[in-house]
Design a protein around this ligand. Structure first.
Ligand code: C2E
Ligand code: MG
Ligand code: MG
Ligand code: MG
Length: 278
């Protein structure tokens, strides 16, 4: 039997793998504890109508306030939560908190909740959505679910029936991060998405290259399919003017506000004092 290279390579690989496994197991335990200790908090970022300038809804964005590591970004912990399956209880908490919060806001201000592909593998997903609505008393048409293109790449029968049931309940559907993945345009029609959310990467590069043309074509696609189009990541006047001129229906971004706590949402709503619209 040969000794040397393959063996040491294997050992190295194995040690590295073990390290990753230990690290993930530790994080998974920390997540479990974090849920119990209330370290996960939902923040909300306002979304405005382009034509009226009025507040329409908020996107629920999760934050992890880790006792030692400080604030951890969802970009970091969501993939780990997805791999470990912890996204299922965490996602359920987001749904519950978001529906409860939105039920206290003036109608028709709604809430958008991001759903991971992994949450669709849970056969209890639709039941959990219904439970969050029932428990909060929120009307289904004030809830919007944001899903990404990857979910529809090869949709399983479970995914298809979950989406169809969500539609039957009168919940809205948004295609998030549009343009960054592989979309079947047919799926946009088939599942009757209400809205396309144009990814922030296009907004950011507006003045560069072909981004402006890409955004324009995504907006015209949304119009052709009777969908709304939200431009994400609007940080300045130029980007807002572009959204307005090209006919985006909604805007979201730091130009207006960063994601904020539920307490700050209450303050913002008082300031708006009824300047909200359908
Ligand atoms: P996303 O759903 O595309 O959310 C938009 C992200 O863009 C948010 O980042 C938001 O804070 C950020 N953003 C909005 N406007 C601006 C802007 O003008 N400038 C800049 N630089 N950034 C802006 P965040 O909160 O870090 O979330 C990142 C991603 O994590 C989300 O992207 C979403 O995919 C995921 N995520 C967040 N919360 C949840 C959740 O509860 N469940 C699931 N499954 N995923 C979540
Ligand atoms: Mg989103
Ligand atoms: Mg997005
Ligand atoms: Mg995005």
């Amino acid at each position: 039997e040969a000794k040397g290279e393959p063996v040491s390579a294997y050992r190295f690989y194995s040690a590295e793998l073990q390290f990753i496994r230990d690290h993930q197991a530790a994080l998974e335990t920390e997540m479990r504890l974090g849920i119990m200790r209330g370290e996960f908090e939902v923040y909300y970022q306002p979304i405005y109508s382009v034509s009226t300038g009025r507040l329409r809804s908020f996107e629920a964005l999760l934050r992890w306030k880790h006792p030692e590591r400080g604030m951890i970004s969802p970009v970091e912990f969501i993939p780990i939560a997805e791999r470990s399956g912890m996204i299922i209880p965490i996602g359920q908490q987001v749904l519950r908190d978001a529906c409860r919060a939105a039920a206290t806001w003036p109608s028709p201000v709604g809430v958008s909740v991001n759903l991971s592909v992994v949450q669709f593998k849970d056969c209890g997903l639709v039941g959990k959505i219904e439970e969050a609505l029932r428990e909060s008393g929120l009307s289904p048409d004030r809830l919007d679910l944001e899903i990404t293109e990857s979910l529809l790449l090869e949709p399983s029968p479970r995914v298809i029936s979950a989406i169809e049931r969500v539609r039957e309940l009168g919940i809205h559907l948004t295609m998030d991060d549009f343009g960054t993945g592989f979309s079947s345009l047919n799926n946009l029609r088939r599942f009757r998405f209400d809205r396309l959310k144009i990814d922030r990467s296009f907004t950011r590069d507006l003045e560069k290259s072909d981004s402006a043309e890409i955004i324009k074509s995504m907006i015209s696609l949304s119009k052709a399919l009777q969908m709304e189009a939200t431009l994400e990541g609007v940080e300045n006047e130029t980007q807002l003017a572009f959204a307005r001129n090209e006919g985006a229906t909604e805007v979201q971004g730091f130009y207006y506000a960063k994601p904020m706590t539920v307490e700050d949402v209450a303050v913002l709503l008082r300031e708006h004092d009824g300047a909200v619209a359908a």
